[in-house]
Each structure stands twice: as structure tokens, then as C-alpha cells.
Design a protein. Structure first.
Ligand SMILES: Cc1cc2nc3c(=O)[nH]c(=O)nc-3n(C[C@H](O)[C@H](O)[C@H](O)COP(=O)(O)OP(=O)(O)OC[C@H]3O[C@@H](n4cnc5c(N)ncnc54)[C@H](O)[C@@H]3O)c2cc1C
Ligand code: FES
Ligand code: FES
Lengths: 211, 338
């Protein structure tokens, strides 16, 4: 797949992008705000049970991302990673291998880490997406993010958002962690710069601070 | 990816009305008119991204109600719905307690992220990872071509390939979970578009390329896997699973083995020993089973069984290392059951 931005025209539906909206509203993170840029957007939840066909052309669907219901025009071949980056301008999520092999594109689907590059945006349905942009709260970095800075756990930074997502999820689900747990949680996260030892230290130190 | 439409199936019958091809058939025939199933979609999207599969329509079977249950009964055994995710299997305590080798195999398969998406039905029906099969530049026999690029004694990059039953296509099956399922004598429950149900043993589910190069398993277009069932383990049964990979973090199997034994005292009464990444389909080693049955499980007998398993191996130019690797893990897995 040479063109990662394929599968519909991101510009079509966006009269307001999330970025410009947030900028305009003067917020660093927004709570639960409903963007009604397209009143004809399909509520995917209602469509799920129906035995219906979608596409191949683009259509407008709704998707809940970091607590905000977004409308976006996508095709079935639009991956979740592309929807986030190219349609919603949430470029914190990185696409590196685009084949499920590196976990740079990790986001949460109803709280569970998944590879956004290997899913269609139509796989999301009424589930909630959390991206790296949704990890900091009220402008304050998550303890894992702070520890990454403190322990120099990032170099080129391409794997970092995915790494952080894996480590935050570990701390969210396990309050008493050891080195083996961190290794297990980041098993799928490849780092070509070799930051792993610092990622392990950072996560262990963040875990002490959150408990 | 090519443009395709998406059908959200509401039931098994509904899905079977829509579909017109298996992925294997389409990879062989290239009609570009195929309507295929997608469950987790990890493998389907991989093929579409490579441009090797250009479906007209994808039928999403992932949200069909009723296919996502795990149920265990001491007498009836275990049933895992085809849409159950690998992570749900990995974290199920009854599976860990009663089918340890399956628990271990699932825990060693792919990454935490992928396990949250991949389903068991999709895992056993996934397609082999031979790099020539997955390359647009190589028209190999599985894609309707006339050659197996991997088997060539000088140019073939065959370090990951088969050492047993490798006279036709030399790829190995990618599902390391199937190694454990087969060792537990699992069966696949399949429903067709007429509503007929059949139960096929894992031993008969996979199709060797020597028999039919265009198929990897017995599924035809109008068939859907609904569940995978495992008989109840007998009281005196024990199991173990070992997988060798190139990287410590996660990787596809270079060699894996599942051993399920029934013992009385230290003696092995019955053995079920399956090798993964050894042959084009998961390989039940009757040689190893016969060598260990009715013997005391000790070092010497485990070594003898491992050697018996490997006596039939015919490595290719670059995968000779698999023979000592299998010999070692078969021996270790047998000993781990004591
Ligand atoms: C980087 C990487 C590493 C991996 N490592 C491992 C590993 O070590 N061990 C391992 O076992 N796996 C491994 N996998 C496989 C992975 O975990 C998935 O199980 C697999 O790719 C397919 O599962 P899926 O549910 O996404 O299937 P899909 O992609 O949805 O489907 C796969 C095939 O099955 C068919 N299908 C799906 N469901 C049904 C059904 N119910 N009835 C009939 N046909 C059906 C589809 O049409 C398709 O042909 C790995 C994958 C990747 C990308
Ligand atoms: S970009 Fe998705 S796993 Fe590598
Ligand atoms: S910091 Fe460069 S890939 Fe990890």
C-alpha cells in the first residue's frame, strides 16, 4: 500500500477540523462536545444490526474519539490509522510498518490496545477510540509521559506514542508491576533506536508514582 | 487498497448468502470479483494492502451475534466461538487450568495489540507466510503460477520453510495455535449455506499442497466456521507447548511443538504430539507418539521420541537448523509433562 492517505478525500467533510476547533475554542483538551458539522452523518450504532452494505464510495459516519463525537467521510478501505491522522488530524498516532508488526499505531478500542493500521474505520462502530492525544488530562501529562521525558525514553520518537499507549494501559490494568510485566506489555512495540531499557525504567518509576 | 464495499452481516445465514469465494480461491484465480469473509481482518487486510487480493466486497462476520462465547464443561469439554479473540482465550482461567498447552500457544502468538483483534476462526483459517506467496513479484504455484521459488536449491530463501512433506509447495502453516488445538484433538464446526452443519477433526481440516495447491484448508466459499471444540481432558492428562522464534519479543514460529499425554504413574499411556512450522500443514508426529507410548517418561525415552520424529525430515538448502531445533523442543516438551 504505497499511498497511506488513500481511501477517500479527507478534505470533503471537514468544515471544522478538531485542531482548528480546539484552537478556536482555546482548549487544550475538550470534554464531551458533539460536533454537528454534518447532520446527515450515519449513526453507526443503528446501522450495525441491519445487514446493510456500505461503500465502496465515501460516506459520512460518526466516531467517538477521546470523548468527542466526530463526523468523518470515509470509505470501507480507510484504515482507522488513516482516519485519525488524515481526517481528524490526530497525527500523534504513527504509521510505521502499516502491517501490524510494530505497534507504532496503537490506540485503544473501548480501552483495549489495538493496531489502528490493520482495522477498517468501519470496524469501530459504536466503540470508543482513545489516541495518544487523549492520554494527557487537562493539559497535564500522564505520569508515564513525564517519566519518559525524565528517563530519556525517546529518541527519534516514532515508536513513542505506541510505547506510551502500551505502558499506560499496563498501569491502568495492573497496579503492582515488575520488569517482566513491562516487557510483556511492550512485546509488540518495536523501537529501531533501542530505547527499550529506558522505556522499562520510565514505566517502573511511573508505576511507583501512581500507586 | 482497492475500493471495496463492506457488508455488515447480521447472522450466519445472512453472511453465507453474500459470500462467493474463499481468500485462497481468489488468490489462486484472481477474478477481482470476490466477496470474502473478514473476521478480525488482520490477514485479509494484509493481502488487500499488498494488492494481491482485490475483493469487490468484504463481508464483516466479526459482529454476528452468538459466535463470541467460550464455554467449558467437565464432561463435554470446551467450545470456543469462531469470533472469540486470542486475548480472550489467553486470559480464560478454565483454558489455562484444563488445556495448558493451548494457553501457552495463544500467549506466544503475535502481539498484545493483535491478540485483541484476531479471532480464533481467522487464526486457524489464516494463510501461510511464505514470502514468495505474499510477494506481488512472484507468481508462485499457490497463486496459479508454475513454480515454487522457495524450494530452489541455490536461489530459494527457504530458511523458514518445511522440513517434512515438502515435495510440493514448501511453505509452513502460520497458525501456531493450531499446533496445540490439534494436539488436544480439537474439531472445527462448519455451517454451509444450506444450513447443514459438519464437524471436522483438525487432523482433516488442513489440506496439504500435494493434494490441492489452491487450498490451505477444506473450507469452500459457502462455508463458515462457527466454533472450535475440544474434548474434555482425561483426569490423567498433561500437556506442554514450546515455540522457538528468532526474536525474544514476539515472532512467527521457526519450530513449535505441542504434547498432550495421558499417564499412569510415570508411564505414558497415550500421546498426541503435533509439530508446527515443520510441514505445510500442522504435522501430527505418529513417529514420536509411537516411540513414547507405553514407555516411562524419562530423558532417554524423550530423546528417542524426538529422534524418531526427525528421522523422516528432509531439510531444504537453508533450513537444516530446524532438525536439531525440533529434536530439542520435542524432548523438552515431553519432559515438561512429568
Ligand atoms: C505481525 C504478526 C504476527 C503474528 N504472529 C502469529 C503467531 O505467532 N501465531 C499465530 O498463530 N498467529 C499469528 N499471527 C496471526 C494473527 O494473530 C491472526 O490470527 C491472523 O492474522 C488472522 O486472524 P483474523 O481474525 O484477523 O482473521 P481474518 O484476517 O479476518 O481472516 C483470515 C482468513 O480466515 C477467513 N475466515 C475468518 N473467519 C472465518 C470463519 N469464521 N469462517 C470461515 N472463514 C473465516 C477469512 O476469509 C480469511 O481467509 C500474527 C499476525 C501478524 C500480523
Ligand atoms: S504501523 Fe500499525 S503496527 Fe506498525
Ligand atoms: S525512538 Fe526511534 S523508533 Fe523508538
Amino acid at each position: 500500500m504505497e499511498d497511506k492517505n488513500q481511501g477517500s478525500d479527507p478534505k470533503k467533510t471537514k468544515s471544522i477540523t478538531r485542531r482548528s476547533f480546539l484552537r478556536g475554542a482555546g482548549l487544550s483538551t475538550a470534554g464531551s462536545v458533539l460536533l454537528t458539522t454534518n447532520t446527515f452523518a450515519l449513526d453507526y450504532k443503528e446501522q450495525l444490526a441491519a445487514g446493510k452494505e456500505f461503500g465502496p464510495e465515501a460516506m459520512t459516519i460518526k466516531m467517538k474519539v477521546n470523548g468527542i463525537t466526530e463526523s468523518l467521510s470515509v470509505e470501507p478501505r480507510t484504515t482507522l490509522a488513516s482516519a485519525l491522522r488524515d481526517h481528524l488530524e490526530l497525527t500523534g498516532t504513527k504509521i510505521v510498518c502499516d502491517r501490524g508488526s510494530c505497534s507504532a499505531c496503537t490506540v485503544y478500542l473501548d480501552g483495549k490496545p489495538v493496531n489502528s493500521c490493520m482495522m477498517s474505520v468501519f470496524d469501530v462502530g459504536d466503540k470508543e477510540i482513545t489516541t495518544i492525544e487523549g492520554i494527557a488530562q487537562n493539559g497535564k501529562l500522564h505520569p508515564v509521559q513525564e517519566a519518559f521525558i525524565e528517563h530519556d525514553a525517546t529518541q527519534c520518537g516514532y515508536c513513542t506514542p505506541g510505547m506510551v499507549m502500551s505502558c499506560v494501559h499496563l498501569l491502568d490494568t495492573n497496579t503492582d508491576i515488575n520488569l517482566e510485566d513491562v516487557k510483556k506489555a511492550t512485546r509488540g512495540n518495536l523501537c529501531r533506536c533501542g530505547t527499550h531499557p529506558h522505556v522499562f525504567k520510565a514505566t517502573l518509576s511511573a508505576s511507583k508514582k501512581t500507586t | 487498497m482497492n475500493k471495496f464495499s463492506w457488508y455488515e452481516a447480521k447472522s450466519v445465514e445472512d453472511a453465507l448468502q453474500q459470500v462467493n469465494s474463499t481468500v485462497s480461491e481468489e488468490l489462486y484465480q484472481h477474478t477481482n470479483k470476490a466477496t470474502v469473509f473478514k473476521s478480525g481482518g488482520i490477514d485479509v487486510f494484509d493481502w488487500v494492502k499488498e494488492g494481491l487480493l482485490q475483493p469487490e466486497k468484504i463481508v464483516n462476520i466479526r459482529n454476528i451475534p452468538g459466535l463470541d462465547k467460550i464455554s467449558y464443561d467437565q464432561k463435554k469439554g470446551l467450545s470456543i466461538g469462531s469470533n472469540v479473540t486470542l486475548e480472550e482465550i489467553a486470559s480464560n482461567p478454565e483454558i489455562k487450568n484444563n488445556y495448558l498447552a493451548l494457553h501457552q500457544a495463544v500467549n506466544h502468538a503475535s502481539t498484545p495489540q493483535l491478540r485483541n483483534i484476531s479471532t480464533l476462526g481467522g487464526n486457524i483459517a489464516q494463510h501461510n507466510r511464505c514470502w514468495y506467496f505474499r510477494s506481488v513479484d512472484h507468481q508462485c504455484r499457490r497463486k496459479g503460477g508454475d513454480r515454487c521459488f522457495a524450494r530452489h536449491s541455490e536461489t530459494g530463501e527457504n530458511e523458514n520453510h518445511a522440513i517434512i512433506d515438502n515435495s510440493s509447495c514448501v511453505s509452513v502453516h502460520a497458525s501456531s495455535i493450531s499446533t496445540a488445538l490439534m494436539a488436544f484433538n480439537a474439531s472445527v464446526v462448519i455451517i454451509n449455506s444450506e444450513g447443514e452443519k459438519k464437524i471436522v477433526s483438525m487432523d482433516d481440516f488442513f489440506v496439504s499442497p500435494a493434494k490441492d495447491i489452491g487450498m490451505e484448508n477444506i473450507l469452500t466459499a459457502k462455508e463458515l466456521i462457527t466454533e472450535i471444540i475440544l474434548p474434555a481432558p482425561s483426569k490423567n492428562s498433561r500437556s506442554a507447548y514450546i515455540k522457538e522464534v528468532a526474536r525474544e519479543s514476539y515472532d512467527w514460529s521457526l519450530a513449535d511443538v505441542a504434547v498432550v499425554v495421558e499417564v499412569s504413574g510415570n508411564t505414558c499411556r497415550k500421546a498426541s504430539i503435533v509439530l508446527g512450522a515443520a510441514a505445510p500443514v500442522p504435522y501430527r508426529s505418529l513417529e514420536a507418539q509411537q516411540a513414547i507410548e507405553n514407555k516411562i517418561i524419562n530423558n532417554d525415552n524423550a530423546v528417542a521420541a524426538a529422534k524418531a520424529a526427525m528421522a523422516i525430515a528432509k531439510p531444504l538448502a537453508k533450513n537444516g537448523y530446524k532438525v536439531p531445533m525440533f529434536t530439542s523442543i520435542i524432548e523438552q516438551a515431553i519432559l515438561q509433562t512429568t
